[in-house]
Design a protein around this ligand. Structure first.
Ligand code: FRU
Length: 485
């Protein structure tokens, strides 16, 4: 049996039941998942691959898991497609991306290989590899690795060179990958090819400016209107006010693409998400031109899950990106609305003290709260609540702050439980859209001008939602359940 057959047999024999999982967020069939990979449209279907280790709930030799969807919400699990089974990827098939070609669905990924230096010390090599398939089965090409570390300029790291994101422009393919320069600083390198197997180094597209973390992982680069956007996930960020937090974080560099020198000129650097669990973003463009982003909803710095749970890791809801007046908006894909059930609409309602609203409860839902006005300082929503548990979002009006707190969600590890964010673009009213899916909360502020994602493993029976206001607030509430057929 090949390593891939073995992984798929394991997946089939140990699949975790749906009732233990979120409803519409992608999770691994069994075992461990991290980054989204190969997020792409192939023959009209949406494909999502991911970093996968079926055999345990912790990271291990990386495989690529696979699922497919017609609408970003209802996903069908497929067999895993890549396993470490070649000399050049024996230590893992790391993150990468996919593109539709005339010859099939092309996956580019990082093959990781451990070697020994002459002095006996271990050296890791990361090289870019290609596999072509039909949407179900993929074959690694004989030319692999198609980009070796030797093609990088002298001094660039051969051990940190990973996560290729490929796209086509005219007749050419381009690819960006994460890398480190001579000083060890994170950067993104650009390559080009006409045929997917012969690649030429072009430039350093962007670097961490000595400021945004160390190694840069999982880059993605695309045009939006007259700007270009680089999404990247730096390791070891340093907190800066409420904008950036310590540790791994995904950011967007918005700027102008200097096509002569193949460099991105920075205009703005913003976090993609202010929450506790969000990393390794990847996007695709739909046939109608929408740019959709997905990310791993977990954090390398706090890999929480309940003891005994045989799966670990989930994706965010896919989000549509839009750049308007210099703000990168993100909102759940509109397809989510097709799955709304049981509406509860409650307009111009006064809330003072603590209250529940009939029908506003549950762990799988889409809730929008618009605060129209009133006389108050603090307004909070507690959800996933029962007698002992709750998770809370609180709006503090005078400082324009949103405070998140999952201290009482049932967690038994001392990880980050509270995090604040400042509302950057206050509007006349405050709109909070909260998407819950059993073990996660994704909050979209003012039509997606800012987002906040977090996971928690509160017992699913904790379903209450309560609103608390220290004065009187006038609100509109719109709540839907979400159900797949
Ligand atoms: C990011 C990352 C990638 C790498 C993968 C390995 O989360 O570290 O850089 O390819 O995970 O699983």
């Amino acid at each position: 049996m090949t390593p891939l057959e073995r992984a798929n047999q394991y997946q089939n024999e140990h699949r975790i039941g749906k009732e233990e999982k979120p409803v519409f967020h992608v999770t691994p069939p069994v075992g461990w998942m991290n980054d989204p990979n190969g997020f792409s449209v192939y023959r009209g279907k949406i494909h999502l691959f991911y970093q996968y280790h079926p055999y345990s709930e912790v990271w291990g030799p990386m495989h690529w898991g696979h699922c497919v969807s017609d609408d970003f919400i209802d996903w069908k699990e497929l067999p895993a497609v890549l396993a470490p089974d070649q000399e050049y990827d024996a230590a893992g098939c790391f993150s990468g991306s996919a593109v539709e070609t005339a010859d099939g669905h092309a996956l580019v990924y990082t093959g990781v290989k451990d070697t020994k230096r002459e002095d006996g010390t271990k050296e890791t090599l990361q090289q870019q590899c290609l596999a072509i398939g039909d949407g179900l089965c993929y074959n690694k090409v004989k030319e692999n690795p198609v980009i070796s570390g030797k093609q990088l300029p002298d001094g660039f790291s051969r051990g940190d060179f990973r996560d290729p994101k490929i796209w086509k422009e005219g007749e050419r393919y381009y690819l960006v990958a994460g890398s480190r320069n001579e000083q060890g600083n994170g950067q993104v390198v650009l390559f080009t090819s006409e045929n997917l197997t012969d690649w030429r180094y072009v430039s350093v597209l962007a670097d961490n400016q000595g400021r945004y973390g160390t190694m840069w992982e999982c880059p993605d680069f695309f045009r939006m209107g007259d700007k270009h956007i680089l999404l990247v996930s730096p390791m070891d960020m340093q907190a800066d006010g409420k904008e950036f937090h310590n540790g791994n974080q995904s950011i967007a560099v918005i700027g102008t693409y200097d096509r002569k020198n193949f460099r991105l000129e920075y205009e703005q650097v913003v976090p993609l998400d202010y929450g506790t669990d969000f990393y390794a973003t990847q996007t695709l463009q739909t046939e109608e031109g929408r740019r959709i982003m997905i990310a791993w909803m977990q954090s390398w710095d706090m890999l929480i899950k309940p003891a005994g749970q045989k799966w670990n890791g989930m994706m965010t809801v896919p989000r549509e990106l839009e750049l308007r007046d210099g703000v990168l908006y993100q909102n759940p894909v509109r397809e989510l609305e097709k799955y709304r059930t049981a509406p509860v609409l409650c307009g111009n309602r006064e809330i003072s003290g603590t209250c529940v609203i009939p029908g506003v409860e549950g762990r799988v839902l889409d809730l929008t709260l618009e605060i129209l006005g009133g006389d108050f300082e603090r307004f909070s929503i507690q959800f996933a609540k029962d007698e002992t548990h709750f998770t809370q979002v609180c709006y503090q009006r005078s400082s324009g702050k949103i405070e998140y707190d999952r201290t009482y969600c049932g967690m038994t590890r001392d990880v980050v439980c509270r995090r604040d964010m400042l509302i950057k673009k206050p509007e006349k009213t405050l709109k909070l859209r909260l998407i819950l899916d059993v073990f996660s909360a994704e909050l979209f502020i003012n039509d997606g001008a800012q987002a906040f994602s977090s996971i928690y493993f509160t017992p699913p029976s904790a379903k209450d939602i309560i609103f608390t206001c220290d004065g009187t607030a006038l609100v509109n509430i719109e709540k839907y359940g979400i159900a797949l057929n």
